[in-house]
Write a protein that binds this ligand. Structure first.
Ligand code: SF4
Length: 467
């Protein structure tokens, strides 16, 4: 079947990483642009493969080029709603090709071709041919398929805008419904190939954390292939409608995570947050010093208020882990009225990248919009605190309230401790952890090492002093 393809094609190559030393070229990614798009069309020339722009043999080692992948499909029973789900498989199927690495989805794709693949004679045309075979094999509803691979910068730019318009249409459709309007949610375990305990729960109010699949997409996918990686989840009884906890969601997640995850709160980062695979568009993270939540997306390259960049944070909470204080999410979920509602929604957000904040202008309540800090207002806890104080962020009220609940005699304030933010002593706050660590190693003697998994640190007293 793949006799014309000069490199091996097999699911065993999924997970292959192409490091810089072994890379011939990089396509799309953070230093360039790119997108992938599946479109159901009426008339598709089956087997047509086109490369528009330079082929691999016209590129130089170490180059970075833009990339567009347009997959046009046709079939009597193919529905428009299936486009998102079929498109999401591009990631997996590209990775079957030995020497080709594909990360992420939609307009966040990031690909690399290895030197060995080039030496074997591999071209982008072969990638197109492989995808056309694999897509037809995976989705028998596809009767005809045509693939265009774009590397010409102007064409890719045009294509990325077109793809973004399509993504917007899909996303806005999902906003028509809310969790209460349906009896059935959907689960997806497509990412279990690299995150074995990860189970996405997709609801009308919570699109999948990869941002590529919404409730309507899942409905179409589960109907097309009830035995596939996307399946129905009857909600069952509501245990907590604010946190978003349902009896049957818990049971299904428990079963599909091989008994690892017992409970899930769909709308909170605390206690039992949604698991995170690694494809999430953004991460919500608790900032204990501010009792607030920050958000960082994968396009943000600076440091977060936790002192680490997105990549390090993603490393700590991905792989299917449920880590209290962290949850992967899609940017679209931030447009949902249920966005982290159990934690206070936007009133609990104290920091997020400016680009994300600007894109959510219509969704962040006006009263709080100017009070949320971005990297332009500060990235350290101290800088953010000053900004929150200056703007009167409601988190200050929250801290005051929780502090005032403490009986007076239990609060000790050392004389030399100024009252200002940045040099405060907090004692007896409600028993919320003051620090989280997915893995904490404690040095010990006797030839053993003690490792705490998902460690939560509680403290009777927290002293914050100016350096
Ligand atoms: Fe499926 Fe979730 Fe992975 Fe998206 S992130 S492909 S919805 S498991």
């Amino acid at each position: 079947m793949f006799e014309d393809i000069p490199v091996d094609v097999s699911p065993m190559y999924e997970g292959e990483r192409i490091r810089s030393a072994n890379m011939f070229v990089e396509l799309a990614g953070p230093k360039s642009m790119g997108a992938e798009l599946v479109q159901v069309e009426e008339d598709v020339e089956d087997g047509k493969i086109e490369v528009i722009g330079p082929e691999l043999d016209a590129m130089n080692e170490g180059d970075i080029h833009p990339l567009g992948v347009l997959i046009e499909i046709q079939g009597e029973h193919l529905e428009k709603e299936l486009e998102g789900v079929i498109e999401r498989r591009t990631h997996e199927l590209c990775n079957y090709v030995k020497g080709f690495m594909h990360l992420n989805q939609r307009d966040a794709i990031w690909c690399r071709v290895s030197k060995e693949a080039l030496e074997a004679g591999f071209k982008l045309e072969h990638l197109g041919k492989t995808l056309s075979i694999l897509f037809k094999e995976e989705f028998p509803l596809i009767e005809s398929i045509a693939i265009s691979i774009l590397t010409e910068p102007a064409k890719v730019e045009e294509f990325v805008s077109r793809a973004q318009e399509e993504y917007k249409k899909r996303d806005s459709r999902a906003r028509e419904l809310s969790d209460e309007d349906v009896d059935v949610f959907y689960g997806c375990v497509m990412c279990q190939s690299f995150a074995p305990t990860h189970v996405c729960v997709v609801t009308p109010d919570r699109t999948a954390l990869c941002g590529a699949i919404n409730w309507f997409d899942c409905r179409a996918a589960a109907k097309m292939d009830p035995e596939g990686p996307i399946f129905e989840i009857e909600k069952g009884d509501i245990l907590d409608d604010v946190k978003g906890e349902y009896t049957n969601v818990n049971s299904v997640v428990m079963e599909k995570s091989q008994g690892t995850v017992e409970r899930v709160f769909l709308h909170s980062v605390f206690e039992y947050p949604h698991t995170s695979c690694g494809c999430f568009e953004a991460v919500a993270f608790y900032i204990p010093e501010l009792d607030g939540i920050g958000i960082v997306d994968r396009d943000f390259s600076g440091e977060t208020p936790l002192g680490i960049p997105f990549s390090a944070m993603a490393g700590q909470c991905s792989g299917g882990k449920q880590v209290e204080g962290f949850t992967g999410l899609s940017l679209e979920y931030m447009r949902s009225p249920k966005f982290l509602q159990a934690d206070g929604g936007f009133e609990r957000i104290v920091w997020l990248p400016k680009e994300i904040k600007d894109s959510l202008d219509d969704y962040i309540p006006e009263a709080i919009r100017d009070k949320i800090a971005t990297e332009e207002n500060g990235s350290t806890i101290k800088e953010i605190r000053s900004f929150l104080e200056e703007k009167g962020h409601p988190i200050l009220e929250r801290i005051k309230t929780t502090s005032s609940e403490v009986p007076e005699e239990e609060v000790t304030v050392e004389e030399e401790t100024p009252e200002a933010w940045g040099e405060t002593e907090l004692e007896g706050l409600p028993m919320a952890p003051v620090a989280y660590a997915p893995e904490l190693t404690v040095p010990s003697s006797g030839g053993v090492k003690i490792i705490f998994k998902n460690a939560k640190v509680y403290a009777e007293k927290v002293i914050i002093k100016k350096k």
